[in-house]
Design a protein around this ligand. Structure first.
Ligand code: FES
Length: 75
């Protein structure tokens, strides 16, 4: 298993499991306070970006994703 696992939740967040560092565009790290499970917003409605705050339910966010193969990496 990978050191970090990201689960694309149906109608909700990206669940990130593992030891990760999340930084802003300037490279400043968010203080995760030792959390190894984090939900990242993918609906855009969270008031606590980039983290999920459950707002996806209030906006009835709908996105069900099934895993697929990406095209070959360009060299
Ligand atoms: S995915 Fe949960 S608030 Fe956006």
């Amino acid at each position: 298993m990978a050191a970090v696992k990201i689960t694309v939740g149906n109608n909700g967040s990206l669940k990130v499991e593992g030891e990760v560092e999340i930084v802003d565009a300037s490279g400043n790290p968010f203080g995760l306070q030792g959390r190894t499970v984090i939900g990242l917003c993918r609906c855009g409605a969270s008031k606590n970006q980039p983290f999920c705050d459950g707002s996806h339910r209030a906006i009835n966010f709908h996105s069900e994703i099934t895993a697929f193969e990406l095209p070959p990496k360009k060299v």
